[in-house]
Design a protein around this ligand. Structure first.
Ligand SMILES: Nc1ncnc2c1ncn2[C@@H]1O[C@H](COP(=O)(O)OP(=O)(O)OP(=O)(O)O)[C@@H](O)[C@H]1O
Ligand SMILES: [Mg+2]
Length: 319
């Protein structure tokens, strides 16, 4: 017991090396006297430099989570931190600084990302002005150069002097990514950024996120219903009923002929209390309802439905 306690003490704190850490995050909305538990103890860790996707049914809590990470909403309980900022304890000044300098955000609605009366370049310069320290012609030149560079990098340099109305939806979203990157944030969050686009345009927009991730090292978290996006990242985390339920991790493997292929594995999430959510098709297939029998084996755990005949036949069961 002492050894177990010592091991527990030596285990690093939860989320210590992660850029984003959500620990038993809860968000309860009250509307017209009815409580909605949008997040019900959600755990999530995202490493610095990751490009990852969040998926889940409508109403599962994806936007709620993203709004909290963006500093636009405050959780009801639990803990959340991004880049060392404690999202529950920030005062108004810290929150403003956090939103201007640590996170960038891209919304689904193209019109929400850019100001209609400014050109693409002016839209990118704006967040730099808002976060401003210093002004003068040199600063102005530097900002203009950075805006042009970002637009070029994301493949929309030719939209430099166009207003949003003169750009396609995909061009607007790529310009929006440039706006999100303007102050060199640690994280860019995007809520269904390709939701209003056809699949070919959506792919271009996703490629722009990948460019930002690879060229600038920006951590990118994208909420998406788009399979092309969800399948193109290393890690896709699925949210179910306000909790992280499972994740798919993709690895590139090289076979003996030097042929590269992507191997995807699906993992179930085990939360910090040891809770595991069984996939619904598994529980349905074995008619598992309120409880199961567990058995610890040397290298796995057996899970049996609580049915008398199964119990009698189960190997290793006391006769
Ligand atoms: N401001 C709010 N007031 C009351 N309830 C809310 C509020 N925002 C979200 N909810 C509720 O919280 C739950 C989660 O909503 P959320 O928007 O996070 O889902 P989502 O996963 O983003 O869904 P979608 O895929 O449709 O965008 C839903 O039941 C929703 O009705
Ligand atoms: Mg949503």
């Amino acid at each position: 017991m002492e050894r177990a306690a010592a091991e527990r003490r030596e285990r690093p704190a939860y989320g210590k090396d992660s850029l984003i850490s959500c620990d038993r995050l809860v968000r309860i909305f009250t509307a017209d006297g009815v409580e909605v538990q949008a997040l019900q103890g959600l755990d999530l860790l995202v490493a610095q430099g990751e490009l990852m996707a969040l998926v889940g049914a409508s109403g599962s809590g994806k936007s709620t989570l993203l709004n909290i990470l963006a500093g636009l909403d405050v959780p009801t309980a639990g803990a959340a931190s991004v880049g060392g900022y404690d999202l529950l304890a920030m005062d108004a000044a810290a929150r403003l600084r956090y939103r201007r300098e640590i996170v960038g955000f891209v919304w689904q609605q193209t019109a929400r990302n850019l100001l209609p009366y400014l050109t693409a370049a002016q839209n990118v310069v704006l967040p730099m002005q808002l976060a401003a320290r210093g002004s003068g012609p040199r600063t102005r030149r530097k900002r203009a150069a950075r805006a042009a560079e970002l637009l070029d990098m994301l493949g929309v340099g030719y939209c430099h002097d166009r207003r949003p109305a003169q750009m396609s939806g995909g061009e607007q979203q790529r310009a929006a990514i440039a706006v999100a990157l303007a102050n060199d944030p640690a994280v860019v969050l995007a809520d269904e950024p390709t939701g209003e686009l056809d699949s070919a345009t959506g792919e271009q927009v996703f490629a722009a996120f990948r460019t930002a991730n690879e060229e600038l090292g920006t951590t990118v978290v994208v909420v998406t219903h788009d399979h092309a996006v969800a399948d193109a990242v290393r890690r896709t985390v699925a949210i179910r009923d306000g909790r992280t339920a499972s994740e798919v991790v993709r690895r590139t493997e090289v076979d003996e002929h030097g042929q590269e292929s992507v191997v995807a594995r699906e993992y179930a999430t085990v939360d910090r209390a040891g809770r595991l959510q069984l996939p619904r098709d598994y529980t349905d297939a074995l008619d598992i309802r309120s409880r199961v029998l567990l058995e610890l084996e040397p290298d796995h755990i057996g899970v049996w439905p609580d049915l008398p005949q199964d119990r009698a036949e189960r190997p290793g069961d006391p006769k």
